[in-house]
Design a protein around this ligand. Structure first.
Ligand SMILES: *[C@@H]1O[C@H](CO)[C@@H](O)[C@H](O)[C@H]1NC(C)=O
Length: 452
């Protein structure tokens, strides 16, 4: 059945080239003179070219957008659109990658320090801060004050005001953030409890959370580097930022030792969390529960890993690098891109590790470079353990006893001397000798030796 009797030949929606419906400008429009046509074509091309280059320019130079858009719109856009544009921040993250000479390229460093009952360390910490040679205006500081029962926050505020208002204009740092948040860290802050094996896994998981909070609250698009630094570092080169940066690795840590009293050997490796993976440790990890957290440096987990700390040679090349899997948190320089890519401090068992050790493992897993410098050493403050304190108290008592005995012996000698003097008044030289001569010295010697 033919449904379209009116159009017996059918009807095409689109005019065919040769059909009667075809609209051909050649046929129906008056022909223009060739010269006039050419000029018109040229004109059209010029306008097209101009339009395209303007569009390209707006894409290539985003800052032009704000300048050009209102002009193009001839004020037709709502006036409030101007205000909205001012609240837009544009960041080019390819500009903040982090390079080996960041201080020359004006690269910003975010320096992060977690604080907990740390008021006794703050003087020393700020001395380190003031001594840093990296341009201070390029360093943003961020502190997390958590679970503190002392006056850490008050002291911190005072000292920050001091350093920011210092006479030397080069002293003041960039942006400073102080963040206060408790994480329910219940472990006592004394050395015994902090380093006891039982408490380690839970303590480390809470520390991990604290670090993640501090970082995510303060990392800005302008930062190229992130430097984690504990407050209880006693000795470190003021050039440490440049020294670590020069290696141009994604994550770099120095070796961390601590000084000891002579009777304990003078010095000792401190940070055992920086290590290379070993087969024994991998076997151990495979044998453990999924949620288990291996903590280094305890007899309970004998991992036989090569530790950065034990590889130190006091005369070794401080620039030597060693690839690491786990790292400690006393002093970490990392490119900000590592964190932006999603590497963090696991507050759970990641490959049987948590916090900074887990961070190292995660960074490696994401193909970032993680290195330690075995012969570049910073020194952690020595805090005597309860055993050390007991031993020191015993030594002190011994010293006092010895001193008392010595004094008594001397008194007895002096008495003898004065008796002699009384007996022989004519010998003045002998009387003088008893005051300044050898008899007066043993007491001094005892004091000197016990102080060493
Ligand atoms: C900072 O530098 C001064 C002057 O050189 C020095 O006396 C002080 O010990 C340094 N501070 C630290 C924590 O190293």
């Amino acid at each position: 059945m033919n449904r379209h009797p009116a159009y017996p030949k059918g009807y095409s929606a689109y005019p065919r080239g040769s059909s009667a419906f075809s609209i051909s400008p050649n046929r129906f429009q008056p022909r223009s003179q060739p010269a006039f046509r050419r000029r018109r074509q040229l004109f059209q091309r010029l306008i097209l070219l101009g339009g395209i280059s303007l569009l390209l320019a707006v894409f290539i130079f985003p800052s032009w957008r704000a300048a050009i858009l209102p002009a193009i719109s001839l004020g037709l856009l709502h006036p409030s659109s101007d205000l909205q544009l001012q609240t837009v921040r544009y960041y080019d993250l390819s500009e903040v990658q982090g390079t080996e000479k960041g201080w020359e390229r004006g690269e910003r460093v975010l320096m992060l320090t977690p604080l907990r009952d740390a008021s006794s360390h703050l003087d020393m910490f700020f001395s380190h801060l003031r001594n840093l040679t990296y341009p201070h205006n390029l360093i943003d500081l961020a502190f997390l004050v958590s679970d503190s029962r002392d006056d850490t926050l008050e002291m911190l505020t005072t000292m920050l005001e001091e350093v920011q208002n210092a006479k030397d204009p080069k002293m003041a740092f960039g942006e400073i953030s102080v963040i206060q948040k408790d994480f329910g860290q219940k472990v006592q802050q004394d050395v015994e409890s902090r380093h006891g094996f039982e408490a380690q896994a839970d303590r480390r998981k809470l520390m991990a959370q604290a670090r993640n909070w501090l970082l995510s609250a303060t990392l800005r698009p302008t930062h190229s580097w992130v430097y984690w630094r504990d407050a209880d570092v006693e000795t470190a080169p003021p050039t440490i930022l440049e020294d670590l940066m020069r290696h141009n690795k994604d994550v770099t840590v120095p070796n961390v030792w601590r000084p000891l009293p002579d009777w304990l050997g003078g010095e000792q490796p401190y940070d055992l969390n920086s290590w290379q993976e070993s087969d024994t440790a991998l076997e151990l990890a495979a044998s453990l529960d999924e949620d288990a957290v291996i903590v280094e440096g305890y007899a309970e987990y004998a991992t036989w890993r090569p530790h950065l700390a034990y590889l130190r040679d006091p005369y070794g090349d401080p620039d030597m690098e060693m690839e690491l899997d786990g790292i400690g948190g006393v002093s970490i320089l990392a490119k900000a891109k590592v964190f932006r890519a999603g590497v963090h401090f696991p507050a759970f068992s990641f490959e049987r590790h948590a916090e900074t050790e887990g961070f190292g493992k995660m960074a490696r897993r994401m193909k970032f470079s993680v290195v330690g410098l075995p012969h570049y050493v910073i020194w952690h403050k020595y805090e005597p353990s309860v055993d050390d304190l007991r031993h020191m108290a015993e030594m002190e008592m011994e010293r006092q006893t010895r001193e008392r005995e010595e004094q008594e012996r001397q008194l007895a000698q002096q008495k003898e001397g004065s008796q002699l003097k009384a007996q022989d008044l004519t010998n003045g030289d002998a009387a003088k000798g008893s005051d300044e001569g050898p008899a007066a010295h043993p007491l001094k010697d005892v004091k000197g030796s016990s102080n060493k």
